[in-house]
Design a protein around this ligand. Structure first.
Ligand code: HEM
Length: 291
């Protein structure tokens, strides 16, 4: 899917024309994970991507733990479930492995999945894939905005794109923790954990551990040979879509660093006020285009 993603990104950037003031999330980032999700699912990206990205953004706000957001977020979940139900009604089953939906329908035909399994899986997949990638992309660009020397380094050596994405994921992970329920009693780093306990592993802290990363507070896109960041989990439930997210981020970085000599916050005061995760909804920048 890399070539398609590249085309979508270039088209989004072309659409910004001669603009030097750009809102990165709305102008480019938001559409890409939603389009990838549409393709995986087997639905028309042109028709559905805008809905998918909106619903993804609204539904995951439940995790902000703000009671005011509970109503709108629950409404978004219901809207999403209705959309999946309609999709299941109108979708003509195709080749079993053509896409995720056809694969699931083939499983259903074999009696291995129910409609409810499919509905829950699709809703979960949407939440797992779109907003996560969008937030990490926004945070990746804010790391470059705060470290212009690394932007210059990337422009001079585009072969650093893959390690730059890894470093961006370490430096500012979108998801700050991984959640587990202990199945046995165990001591972790001197802390007793008992079977049934809920454990939140703070990966944001682990990513700045000086025992693991050299100069962890420094954003260094040339890091090699160090531990991979934990953004995508560990073990049995390791993220199934990591390669999609990484590929999308790589292509965003490749396209923008080729086009823009410099990037800076267009409103530095507002950027200072913004919360960490605001980068998932908007990143206002000013760019100097290359010729
Ligand atoms: C930056 C983007 C992403 C982040 C940070 C992320 C993060 C995660 C994390 C932390 C887990 C749980 C791992 C664990 O508990 O050990 C997970 C699981 C999962 N992710 Fe992702 N993910 C991303 C993108 C995607 C994409 C693009 C897809 C699909 C196209 C996807 C599909 C899944 C699925 C299906 C699981 C469940 C795996 C299982 O339980 O066996 N994710 N992801």
């Amino acid at each position: 899917m890399r070539s398609e993603v590249r085309e979508w990104i270039e088209a989004a950037l072309d659409a910004t024309g001669e603009q030097t003031e750009i809102e990165l999330v709305g102008d480019m980032i938001r559409d890409i994970p939603a389009r990838v999700f549409s393709e995986l699912l087997g639905v028309d990206a042109e028709k559905h991507a805008a809905f998918i990205s909106r619903i993804s953004e609204e539904s995951v706000r439940i995790f902000e733990m703000d009671p005011e957001l509970a109503g709108p977020s629950t409404a978004a979940w219901s809207e999403l479930t209705r959309w999946v139900d309609e999709l299941l009604e109108i979708h003509e089953p195709g080749t079993p492995d053509a896409n995720v939906l056809d694969h699931m329908l083939a499983q259903k035909a074999m009696g291995k999945m129910s409609d409810e399994d499919i509905r829950v899986s699709l809703v979960t997949l949407l939440a797992a894939s779109t907003d996560t990638t969008q937030i990490l992309a926004g945070l990746m660009f804010t790391s470059f905005l705060d470290n212009p020397d690394q932007w210059q380094r990337l422009r001079e050596d585009p072969s650093l794109v893959p390690s730059a994405v890894t470093e961006a994921a370490r430096y500012r992970p979108g998801d700050a923790w991984i959640f587990r329920v202990a199945t046995v009693d165990k001591e972790i780093a001197g802390v007793p954990v008992y079977a049934g306990d809920h454990v939140f592993a703070l990966i944001g802290a682990a990513h700045r551990d000086p025992a693991v990363f050299t100069n962890p507070e420094i954003f260094d896109i040339g890091r090699t040979g160090e531990r991979l960041p934990l953004n995508w989990g560990v073990g049995r439930h390791f993220c199934l879509g990591r390669m999609f997210a990484v590929m999308e981020l790589e292509e965003m970085l490749r396209a923008t660093s080729a086009r823009w000599v410099t990037i800076e916050h267009s409103d530095p005061a507002a950027a200072r006020e913004a919360s960490y995760l605001d980068a998932g909804t908007s990143v206002h920048i000013r760019v100097t285009p290359a010729n």
